[in-house]
Design a protein around this ligand. Structure first.
Ligand code: MG
Length: 386
């Protein structure tokens, strides 16, 4: 018998069984891909999904899409891409501690905002109104459409041909629970723990980084935040006398993230035990979600979110950005519907398969903030090149 080469891959399926918790999703249990593909010699199913996502066009565009603050306001606040990376690393920390499938968790985290149009929630609301006759617009379903249909990277199949479990994660937040494409996924039961981790990480990530960005851009002051219990308690633990405002901000934000992750892990481990969750099937059949923060943290988090709504998301500068984004999308939509010949060839071609409203909607939803602004100038500014 020949010696095993150091390059011979271990059996990844056995390795997943050896290291993952019994309630973790694993390749063996996957419902697989829509178009069957041979397995890879040394990358797992979900690892390949994660890598496909990082290589796709929609992922790169996250760099120039608004999270809350329009991308080019300055160079330091979060964009959809940096938000996504923060969610991915916090999710991975949680997944590792719970012995969940890290590859799957990361694939879900890296793709969780893939379907967002330009200009953040203002962009989504605007497209939802414009596309009302086609059932509206939902970034979750648009993400599914992006990875299943719109990405063109493989000769053998449309989209990225991701595993069922990664695609399922898009659908659990769909606003229209009755949409035809949603049903098969919802029938599976509760979301996998890997998807639940990403949801919880998303929420704690944006709450903390939105405060951070808002202070950084001068939308709110540290003094004002002292009136928020969550912030005040965190500050009491970490702020040293004489610290600069910058250091105060960074220390408190760091503490808030760590505090919430610790709380979430403890609460979740207790809950898994209490509910006797011993398999993926138990997760599916559970009466509710399993991953979440404790009842002690929940009201503190809710108060912070209320504060953010009142003082950040409705700040006049944020509202101006939203209004501008909305106007740009409305103008582009009207112009392309009025004269679809103005669409770039790749989209004009799709008019044979889809109603023009859907084609224009897909074109607009895929745009970055920057591209939408440039396209607006190309269409309407008399001296900008087309
Ligand atoms: Mg997000």
């Amino acid at each position: 018998m020949s010696e095993p080469s150091p390059f011979d891959p271990p059996d990844w399926l056995d390795r997943e069984d050896a290291v993952l918790a019994p309630y973790a999703m694993r390749t063996r249990l996957s419902r697989g891909r829509r178009y069957p593909e041979p397995s890879h010699p040394y990358r797992t199913l979900f690892q390949r999904d994660r890598e496909r996502l990082v290589h796709c066009t929609a992922f790169r565009r996250l760099m120039h899409k608004t999270q809350v603050i329009v991308a080019q306001t300055n160079d330091h606040h979060r964009t959809r891409l940096t938000h996504t990376l923060e969610v991915a690393q916090i999710s991975r920390t949680i997944a590792r501690r719970l012995a969940l499938n890290e590859d799957l968790t990361e694939a879900i985290a890296l793709s969780h905002d893939l379907g967002h149009p330009p200009f953040g929630h203002a962009g989504e609301d605007t497209l939802n109104e414009l596309l009302r006759d086609l059932g509206g617009f939902d970034h979750n379903l648009h993400a599914l459409r992006t990875v299943d249909v719109l990405e063109e990277r493989y000769a053998d199949f449309p989209g990225l041909n991701l595993s069922w479990e990664v695609r399922e994660a898009f659908v659990h937040h769909a606003k229209n629970r009755n949409a035809a494409e949603v049903q098969p996924y919802l029938e599976a039961g509760q979301p996998l723990l890997e998807a639940q981790v990403v949801d919880a990480a998303d929420s704690l990530t944006y709450d903390t980084h939105d405060v951070d960005d808002a202070v950084g851009l001068g939308l709110i002051s540290l003094e004002k935040l002292d009136g928020v219990e969550f912030w005040r308690q965190a500050a009491q633990n970490v702020v040293r006398p004489g610290a600069s405002p910058e250091l105060i901000r960074h220390s408190v934000v760091r503490y808030l993230i760590d505090w919430q992750v610790r709380d979430l892990l403890q609460h979740t481990l207790d809950w898994l035990k209490k509910e006797r969750i011993c398999s993926v099937n138990d997760v599916r059949q559970a009466p509710g979600l399993i991953i979440g923060c404790s009842p002690e943290i929940a009201p503190l988090k809710a108060e912070l979110e209320y504060f953010l709504h009142k003082h950040v998301y409705e700040h006049y500068r944020v509202l101006r950005m939203k209004q501008k984004g909305r106007r740009i999308l409305q103008a582009l939509y009207r112009e392309f519907i009025r004269q679809p010949e103005l669409l770039p060839t790749r989209f004009a071609r799709r008019r044979h398969d889809d109603p023009v409203e859907r084609v224009v909607g897909d074109y607009l939803a895929g745009m970055t903030d920057r591209y939408a602004q440039q396209e607006y100038l190309r269409l309407f500014h008399p001296t900008v090149d087309v």
